[in-house]
Ligand binder design. Sequence first.
Ligand code: NA7
Length: 538
Amino acid sequence: MTKSQDLQTHDVIVVGAGFSGLYMVSRARDTLGLDVIGLEAGSGPGGTWYWNRYPGARCDSESFYYCYAFSDQLLAEWDWTARYPGQPEILRYLEYVADRLDLRRSFCFDTAVVAATWDQGGNRWVVETSGGTTYAARYLVTAVGCLSAANVPDIPGRDDFLGEWYHTGRWPTEGVDFTGKRVAQIGTGSTGIQAAPVIAKDAEHLFVFQRTPNYTVPARDRPMSREEWVGIKSNYDEVRRLTRESFAGFPYTPSPRSALELSADERNQIYEGLWAEGGFKFLWGGFYDLLLNEEANDTAAEFIREKIRAVVKDPEVAERLCPTDHPYGSKRPPIDTDYYTTFNRDNVTLVDIREAPITKITPTGIETEDGHYEVDVIVFATGFDAMTGPLLRMNITGRDGLALKDKWADGPRSYLGLQVAGFPNMFTITGPGSPSVLTNMPTSIEQHVEWIGDCIDHLEQGHQTTIEPSVEAEEAWVAHVAEMSSVGLFNRANSWYLGANIPGKKRIFMPYVGGLSNYRARCGEIAANGYEGFLISA
Ligand code: NA7
């Protein structure tokens, strides 16, 4: 590091200290021997798991593959206690990794990036931060996550509310005591579905404001014994192989059968088995065509609706909870613990805001077209400005004064979701245009970190100065991402994959639907062919 007044110079700046930022710093510092600084807005490592401390927050991927696979040492030392780790345990894991790899000394915490600008003359990125210090480095790696820019809807009257309000993705570290309180929860995505059953246990009354009913499958969480974990570890090479060679980073082998090949009874028997097993396997390990064929999808959707009708005692509430306006899995599929049974509690009311929308927030509650709900606390489980939001809020400006927000005004454009033309030496871990949120995140993150590390090493070894995609390669990739997204049913929902949850955001399907294994192979070939499609300057 060199330091002059309030400018610090390094080789690499990594923004973020979640799964991707921690591994990127380790890779650049310890494997490549570069001088790296990590910048993180939170007061410690954790990323998503630092901020999302809402009640019920836990991982929807199973613990044994929702972790780093790159290090035998980390695997050997850490034992997960449950099939799905809760937020506190995942945060402890990431803190353990930060300590074990001695990463904290390379990070500045409580430091948000306020601007990042390419300095053409100096061939470097200049990054301004909330603390006032400016950092410069030849490489800028964004490790900001896909779901970190909280979306708090601009509902009229919000600032007049006299009670407490919270967004689930910015939950107070000290927690929130709901005892004896009337609570409004807005939103029934993965977060709302995890939070409602837990909040309902403490609150005097919980009103769940639902705009779109969601399909959720039981998680079937359970403790994981030491013996079970040891057994999995002894065969971990196979877990690595399966996750890396799979479509979505899950160690399941999807069935080659169509849901339509079987009789209704045979099919339901399989669905019953998957329902009993719980989790994402219902979508990814059942029939291969659930996300490809609407008729096949309908069989799973109707199976879930029948489960809702069987569990929820009030038939009118059950029907309101039944999704009918989008195919199962076309939005990010939640999994749950006791979500539907929560609506059988006397202290829980489902408020259908599709039928009677919210008109305003008042000082004492929420007004809809058919009534006023007096509450003490509002929980916004309203999601995120996904994928582009975390990047755009950093005010990134590339070559010739090109602002990323202008370049992406009509939707994100990138090559492989890794680099953007006009933004030399900037790498975006799990950026738009890569499989990212459609996959088990640590699997995608490790692949990106390793690819970026190798690419930086290639430049360093060859004494080359900059790398960025050619406009042609970027255009071709953007067209390929769009083409793939039109193949299945993903475009059939108003999802955050498309940016549909943010008023005014351009509707573009952002993640790459072509599958993680194909994507990994393509990235590997491109590197092996001398970084085909990239412009490298000496
Ligand atoms: P999601 O999946 O975006 O869900 C947000 C929920 O909030 C969803 O039910 C939305 O309804 C609802 N919402 C959003 N804005 C509004 C407004 N203005 N009024 C009423 N309701 C609204 O976010 P999550 O946090 O649940 O999950 C994000 C990801 O985090 C998750 O998929 C995992 O990957 C981890 P809508 O469906 O848009 O009608």
